[in-house]
Design a protein around this ligand. Structure first.
Ligand code: ZN
Length: 283
């Protein structure tokens, strides 16, 4: 499942093909993805220009020139592919699963942007820009971790008096948006904080450390995504997934990478999801 850095990477990859560009024609091959697509979805996009492509949590938001916003979510397996359209020919030379190509944006100027989603947990919607903040998917979303607003003081106030473990509090999308299982494990390890600790028990110095490690771990992943993006452009134009090297995630039984720590990464289950951590240095 794409986490926030992957979605941000997809946004950056889509920027040149989408922002400032106009939909010449939209090929809608299904009436639904995870949910029903809006009525006349293809017709309502045709001729519209994308003024800005932004991101909120794991949602991509294409702000259109008619005050509507095209909201897109990649779900579990969604990806976009950008291709040049050759005159008189629509081709997908390297597509290995064309039957999962559900929506194709044909842009003025010749690029095609294809949305592929084998599991179809992704979705798209058209929302009036004034209604965006109160949209059912947007209204409950917490602090954007890369907005510059996430710091120790903010974490302390978000977590004040919370008895839930740190792991659960960090995954709570109503508090902080877009943090998934992987980056929560990585950030807690770097901050040397136990995932089991009550969120409300953080001290100021610990909260400072955790906030900066969250920003750091997401920023590094976006950088990796950026370099993968450059490679991908040269190969098949697919956007959305890239290889990371994680320090603790999925590393059960490995030596703890913290310098000087003799611990071993272990896996426990919290709220039905795997947590990877080192009980020695994450005290
Ligand atoms: Zn350790």
């Amino acid at each position: 499942m794409p986490e926030l850095p992957e979605v941000e990477t997809v946004r950056r990859g889509l920027l040149p093909a989408l922002e400032g560009q106009t939909f010449e024609r939209v090929e809608q091959r299904r009436l639904d993805l995870r949910f029903a697509l809006p009525e006349r979805f293809d017709a309502r996009l045709q001729g519209r220009r994308v003024m800005q492509l932004s991101r909120r949590a794991k949602y991509l938001l294409a702000h259109l020139d008619d005050d509507m916003v095209l909201l897109m979510h990649l779900g579990m397996s969604g990806s976009f592919r950008i291709e040049d359209r050759f005159v008189g020919e629509f081709h997908h030379p390297r597509s290995n699963a064309p039957n999962h190509d559900h929506i194709v944006f044909h842009m003025v100027g010749g690029k095609t942007i294809t949305y592929n989603d084998p599991r179809r947990f992704g979705f798209m919607d058209l929302v009036g820009s004034r209604d965006l903040a109160s949209h059912k998917f947007m209204a409950q979303i917490g602090l954007e971790p890369l907005s510059g607003a996430l710091d120790g003081a903010r974490l302390l106030s978000l977590f004040a008096a919370r008895k839930a473990p740190l792991k659960a509090a960090l995954l709570d999308q109503r508090l902080i948006a877009g943090l998934g299982n992987i980056y929560v494990c990585e950030a807690l390890h770097r901050a040397r904080l136990s995932p089991l600790r009550a969120a409300g028990s953080l001290k100021k110095g610990e909260a400072d450390r955790l906030a900066s490690r969250i920003v750091e771990v997401l920023g590094e992943a976006i950088e990796v995504g950026g370099s993968t993006l450059r490679d991908h452009r040269q190969t098949d134009g697919a956007l959305g997934y890239f290889q990371h090297s994680f320090r603790v995630y999925d590393k059960e039984g490995s030596a703890c990478p913290t310098p000087g720590c003799a611990g071993v990464i272990q896996r426990i289950v919290q709220s039905g999801r795997s947590t990877f951590y080192c009980a020695t240095c994450q005290g």
